[in-house]
Design a protein around this ligand. Structure first.
Ligand code: PA5
Length: 454
């Protein structure tokens, strides 16, 4: 269960100000739900929790069972929306130290990642670590042409074919991509790899509840049924109701009002390290959806209390452009009780009998109050626990709030034209056919390297 707590916003906002936004909010909601806004062809995620392809869902579960049977490791090869959602859910719900367990002691394959950067060292080290492991690969790319995963897949596929032979590799490589278009679909069909579909009407960063996220998540041993049930519950809960009762709408409105007041960076904070990749997923969702036409909150993330010892000073006392959204997990998955010590040399006996989650909770409240006093608006998003169901709710909550926020800000939340700029330059510099004229310009710039401002 999720609950938005606006208690700490009292010094910054009133309910009357929030409710004054209701007409604008309702019009953004209608634009979204009636599918009349820009990007409306990418709204398949809105009803996905109840309207998903049952046959594909069953095929994902079957493939996950086969991967479980024949692998110690699944490599997920993808970038952006093609890996962040799966990684967010897997890292939130699985033991972070399971890599240290021998394969025999692990119940599910270890999920590792490739194709999310261009580091040769990373890929070489990964391949070396796989030497005595049984491996499967899930290549994920909606377009089927994204450079980073395509390069990693070329290397991984060759490695798999050398190791298992063409037929062995065929049984261990899975491709998640467009239903019919793109280089990956063509290659997968030629080689006979099993394929899963990224639906046409769902963009990368909204795709975690399709086969894109579901196959790796299932391989990690997480219940897909619970995840989808959580998302479906959220879909129902945030479908109607007046603004006061609808946390998803409230979140969208609050961050938009604060943005207009100059709080231009939103930090997503968590006190559970397992949520670090959830924040990465959130940053992509909001960064790519809202950051365009010179608009949008800058989405940042911090892991507390770790970052209180690095960025805490800035949050407390630096430029007053920060607002904070805290993910508060109310019931920890695991806990430890602090024992009393006869000598009390560390002076910690005052904590004896308390659990670490109690201490963590007091750190959260103490920090929230300190930050409010320092001029940082704070809202808490309470998660009753970390479970597949709650993560399903949370995914849907943030997706819908993001779309509504985008429309409130008058941008198209479903495109990402800005992502193309670096790609064009990189293609030109690498000599990709079709980019010759850009190449000449960029090479001039490159040859001037070394003649810096001084
Ligand atoms: O949200 C998006 O559309 C992007 O972040 C994509 O997920 C990312 O660029 C990867 O694209 P693709 O799946 O086509 O390889």
């Amino acid at each position: 269960m999720l609950k938005l707590d606006l208690n700490y916003l009292q010094d910054f906002l009133s309910m009357a100000e929030i409710e004054a936004m209701e007409p604008l909010l309702l019009s953004s909601r209608q634009t979204l739900e009636n599918k009349t806004g820009p990007g409306a062809e990418y709204l398949g995620w809105l009803d996905l929790p109840v309207n998903y392809d049952r046959a594909e869902f069953a095929a994902v579960k079957e493939a996950s069972a086969a991967i479980n049977e024949q692998s110690d490791v699944l490599i997920v090869c993808g970038i952006g929306g093609s890996y962040l959602g799966a990684r967010a859910v897997i890292e939130a719900l699985t033991d972070p130290f399971s890599a240290l367990k021998s394969s025999g002691k692990r119940q599910h394959p270890l999920v590792l990642y490739a194709g999310h950067q261009l580091s040769g060292s990373y890929l070489k080290n990964l391949l070396a670590a796989l030497e005595d492991r049984r491996v499967s690969v899930n290549m994920i790319s909606k377009s089927g042409t994204t450079t980073e995963p395509a390069i990693a897949f070329r290397v991984l596929e060759q490695w798999m074919r050398e190791r298992y032979g063409a037929e062995g590799a065929r049984k261990r490589i899975y491709a998640t991509t467009d239903r019919q278009r793109g280089a990956l679909k063509q290659l997968a069909d030629e080689r006979g790899y099993q394929t899963f579909v990224v639906p046409d009407d769902i963009g990368g960063r909204y795709s975690v509840l399709t086969a894109v996220g579901l196959l790796p998540i299932a391989v990690a041993g997480i219940s897909l049924d619970e995840l989808m049930a959580g998302a479906a519950a959220a879909r129902d809960r945030y479908a109607g109701q007046e603004l006061r009762q609808n946390d998803c709408d409230l979140y969208a409105v609050v961050r938009n009002i604060l943005q207009k007041r100059g709080y231009t960076t939103e930090i997503l904070v968590s006190y559970e390290p397992g949520l670090q990749y959830f924040s990465e997923w959130w940053k992509q969702l909001y960064g790519e959806s809202e950051g365009k036409d010179g608009r949008g909150l800058f989405p940042a993330s911090m892991s507390f209390t770790t970052d209180l010892h690095s960025l805490g000073q800035y949050v407390q006392d630096g430029r007053r452009i920060l607002m904070e959204t805290v993910l508060q997990v109310e019931t920890a998955q695991e806990d430890i009780v602090i024992q009393s010590s006869a000598e009390d040399q560390d002076g910690l006996n005052y904590l004896a009998g308390k659990t670490m989650s109690e201490i963590n909770r007091m750190a959260l409240y103490g920090t929230a109050m300190a930050h409010v006093a320092g001029g940082v608006p704070v809202q808490l998003l309470k998660l009753s626990e970390l479970s597949a169901f709650v993560l399903g709710e949370l995914i849907y909550f943030f997706q819908k709030a993001c779309a509504v926020s985008g429309y409130l800000n008058a941008v198209n939340p479903f495109n990402q034209p800005g992502v193309e700029s670096y790609k064009r330059n990189m293609y030109a510099l690498l000599g990709k056919p079709g980019f010759e004229s850009e190449r000449l310009k960029l090479e001039k710039r490159l040859s001037a390297e070394g003649s810096d401002l001084r």
